[in-house]
Design a protein around this ligand. Structure first.
Ligand SMILES: [Zn+2]
Length: 618
């Protein structure tokens, strides 16, 4: 008799949160189709892109009728075979994941040159695209395989590669891709099995573009710096509402950190891609986020991403970056074919619009604004702009489970006019300094900044100068920083409150890091070092040490010290008495009373709550 066995097992389940299915009927979980909104009938010209079943170069996904996607090993084996048979293609590893998988990148060039310098010397525009940063959203991988074949071996679309070069990373989050299951994304129509959103340490790569914790994004940033693509596509699948659009895409808006690029994306890129998708039977749209998080009754948000996201990062570094979000409720086949059309048309457009794109990029890279917004918030002015929207009918009903209103999509196409809410009001504007100084003790911050391709200078001589520093007020008091209750992406996020700026005269010792903002990535630097920027290292919790006070004094020494201070300073005595009279909590706390004096002495820690990064003004 071993009565302890089930008890131990049960406690393991509880501790690990392992699934304990509530229903004995497995159909409840396998028939997700019955839970999803009605599927839209679709046929389109792009269906002819799929090769015949007996084609020797049929892709693994095509072989399934585009309802399933191959594993990492199957994908790379097929690509390796293609690359071996094709002189215009080569594969390179750009890094390795936590679980030891290579991040493979395919280089496609009709000139058969495969180094960054040689591609640059070709004078042709360079497109970089990757799929699977969220590896459950993997449409781009299967579209890319088909396109690489058609542009080379199959000879159907050779003209696309004649005037542009192509870098393609089929899977960025390779470890997440192998956490395959039919149960990973309940709100997505296929493929049959798909990967997981985060990597092997549960980190979301598409929140990592500034802090650079993950191997995947570090590898990608190395590619951006080494290969310098003219345009960058990040291929995703949506969550959220139902509508008619099957492919949605956009940059980071017209009013971000790269306005010339923002305008190019809206005025040049969007019309060309829309036309090609329309032509092929798809329904392209701009990025859609329901304003009320539920349906379109309150319109949709025109989102601007912070630089932790790929499109926000592109905006901050003046790299034309497009976020593609295929609609999760459209079947896999339709989404893959739409992505193929988008990729092909992007290459075609790059060849034609190379000059206008480079002009826009150079314009933004040469910008040196005197002040910049640290982020953007929702425009609360009543929305006046309504736009035509290809929606889907819906109703709301009272949910028995949630006890609240729930939306039910009822499947009728609805061409409506709805509000568009812009997130384009600067949250905080900050004056751009000439440079930042990071003390040698925080070399880890300087190192991460350098990984972005920002020039970092190590002072060989001491530098005496006036500088601005930030004090994060409320020293030692709980409300100094509102600590978020839960870790996020492996970090404790910090709310900096309202930093108080002070001007000091000081000498920075040799070994300190001086980082000029007068460089193309100067704005990204500001967005990583200003306390009030949402993606600053401070807000990501890289400076947690400054929130701990580490020297103390006991009452036996503070009491007589305070007594002496009162005897020697009538004004201090008056302020103390006023505080006692007006602040009952203070009067009742011996600790607070002693601290009040301690803080006013040179014995108190003057580095406590002091942000160690200094600003050198122009
Ligand atoms: Zn995604």
């Amino acid at each position: 008799m071993k009565p302890w066995v089930p008890i131990v097992l049960l406690s393991l389940f509880i501790q690990t949160g392992a699934p304990v299915y509530a229903s004995g009927n497995a159909d409840v979980y396998s028939d997700t189709e019955s839970l999803l909104p009605p599927v839209q009938d679709w046929s389109g010209k792009s269906e002819s892109l799929v090769v015949a079943a007996n084609d020797p170069w049929i892709t693994p996904a095509e072989r399934t009728g585009l309802i399933a996607t191959p594993s990492y090993d199957e994908t790379m084996a097929w690509l390796r075979k293609l690359v071996t048979a094709t002189p215009e293609l080569e594969m390179v590893s750009i890094g390795r994941s936590l679980q030891g998988r290579d991040f493979w990148m395919v280089i496609a060039s009709t000139d058969r040159v495969f180094t960054a310098d040689a591609l640059k010397a070709s004078g042709k525009p360079l497109l970089l695209a990757h799929s699977g940063i969220h590896s459950g959203e993997i449409d781009g991988k299967d579209a890319g395989l088909m396109l690489l074949r058609d542009m080379t071996l199959a000879g159907k679309r050779k003209e696309l590669l004649a005037k542009a070069n192509f870098l393609f990373i089929p899977i960025l989050n390779v470890d997440g891709h192998e956490r395959r299951s039919p149960y990973n994304r309940i709100n997505q129509r296929g493929p049959a099995e798909m990967g997981w959103r985060t990597n092997a340490r549960n980190q979301n790569l598409n929140r990592d573009f500034t802090k650079l914790d993950t191997e995947g994004v570090r590898a990608l940033i190395r590619v951006l710096n080494q290969w310098k693509p003219d345009l960058y596509l990040d291929l995703h699948v949506t969550d959220g509402a139902d509508y008619q659009y099957d492919i949605t895409f956009g940059g980071n808006g017209r009013s971000g950190w790269s306005p010339a690029i923002g305008n190019w994306i809206e005025d040049v890129y969007r019309p060309a891609i829309n036309a090609a998708l329309d032509e092929s039977g798809h329904v392209p749209g701009e990025l859609v986020f329901a304003a009320n998080g539920m349906d379109m009754k309150d319109g949709f948000l025109s989102w601007s991403g912070d630089p932790r996201f790929s499109n926000g990062y592109g905006d901050a570094i003046h790299l034309p970056a497009i976020l593609v979000e295929n609609h999760s409720l459209k079947p896999y086949k339709r989404r893959v074919l739409g992505t193929y059309v988008l990729l092909a048309q992007t290459l075609d457009l790059l060849a034609k619009e190379q000059d206008s794109l480079r002009l826009a990029s150079n314009t933004d890279r040469q910008r040196r604004p005197r002040s910049i917004p640290l982020g953007f918030k929702r425009n609360e002015v009543p929305v006046t702009e309504t736009v035509s929207f290809k929606g889907i009918s819906s109703e709301r009903y009272q949910g028995e489970v949630s006890g609240a209103d729930v939306v039910r999509w009822t499947g009728e196409p609805l061409d409506e006019s709805i509000p568009k809410v812009f997130i384009d009001v600067p949250s905080v504007m900050v004056e751009v300094p000439a440079a930042y100084i990071i003390p040698a003790a925080w070399s880890n911050i300087a190192e991460r900044i350098a990984l972005h391709g920002i020039e970092v200078e190590k002072l060989s001589e001491p530098l005496t100068t006036s500088a601005e520093i930030y004090h994060l007020p409320g020293a030692g008091i709980a409300e100094a920083s509102a600590w978020t209750p839960n870790p996020f992406e492996g970090h404790i996020r910090i709310n900096p409150g309202d930093p108080v700026k002070q001007v000091i005269e000081t000498t920075f010792p040799a070994g300190s890091y001086r980082i000029s903002t007068d460089q193309p990535l100067g704005e990204l630097l500001v967005l990583m070092l200003e306390p009030q920027a949402p993606d600053s290292f401070l807000q990501w919790g890289f400076f947690l040490e400054i929130f701990t006070r580490t020297e103390y004094a006991e009452a036996y020494v503070l009491e007589p010290l305070g007594q002496k201070m009162l005897e020697n300073d009538d004004e201090l005595k008056a302020r103390f008495e006023e505080k006692l009279a007006n602040d009952d909590a203070f009067a009742a706390s011996s600790n607070q009373r002693l601290m009040w004096f301690y803080e006013r002495t040179p014995f108190y820690d003057d580095k406590y709550l002091m942000y160690p990064v200094a600003r050198i003004m122009p």
